[in-house]
Design a protein around this ligand. Structure first.
Ligand code: GRF
Length: 191
């Protein structure tokens, strides 16, 4: 059985898509959800799904205690799904190559510090891009910078606003993120 830890700060629709996918597919258990927002939808979801969750903040994220807690769950992958705090280098170092993120645009454009949520979609729309999409990538010490694992595109449609583009991109995310995780896990030994 592969174990996943999901980090998320928002509504958690990607976390939900991943959980639902592996409920059907089997072989993968989400063992912990980490969030920095007690009132986030993803925390409700963890409660509803009966998945243990851990509330953190910037300070706690940088303490060795959390590193030990994460390591104690022995995850195959740590999956960032809309997590807004920077992952400390000690965590990246401990799980190098095993932390992945999803970004709601085609990196390397439209990424970096402060580029999250609707800000990304506004920037894409303002630039008059004809397509946008998603990037699933390894996490390294820089925001939105690690090696790309998968990109998928969707059109920007005339009349789009950030909400309509975000909804189209969420559909791509919900389809591809669980499958990308499954593919990565298929090349990893189970412990
Ligand atoms: C997603 O669009 C993801 O690309 C970004 O944050 C958003 C999280 O959405 N990193 P949700 O909380 O999974 O609905």
């Amino acid at each position: 059985m592969h174990r996943l830890i999901i980090f998320a700060s928002g509504q958690g629709s990607n976390a939900q898509a991943i959980i639902d996918y592996f409920k059907k597919e089997g072989g993968v258990e989400v063992v912990l959800i980490v969030s920095n927002k007690a009132e986030a939808g993803v925390v409700n979801m963890a409660q509803r799904e009966g998945i243990p969750y851990l509330l953190t903040n910037n300070k706690r994220l940088n303490e060795t205690l959390i590193l030990e807690e994460l390591a104690g769950h022995n995850p195959s992958l740590i999956v960032l799904a809309g997590f807004l705090l920077k992952i400390p280098s000690a965590i990246i170092e401990a799980f190098r190559g095993r932390i992945i993120n999803i970004h709601p645009a085609l990196l390397p454009k439209w990424g970096g510090q402060g580029m999250w949520g609707h800000r990304v979609h506004h920037a894409v729309l303002e630039a008059g891009e004809l397509q946008s999409g998603i990037t699933i990538h390894l996490v390294d010490e820089e925001y939105d910078h690690g090696a790309t694992l998968l990109q998928a595109t969707c059109p920007v449609i005339s009349g789009d606003i950030a909400d309509t583009l975000a909804a189209r991109i969420h559909k791509l995310e919900h389809f591809y993120y669980p499958r990308a995780i499954q593919f990565l896990l298929s090349n990893m030994a189970e412990e």
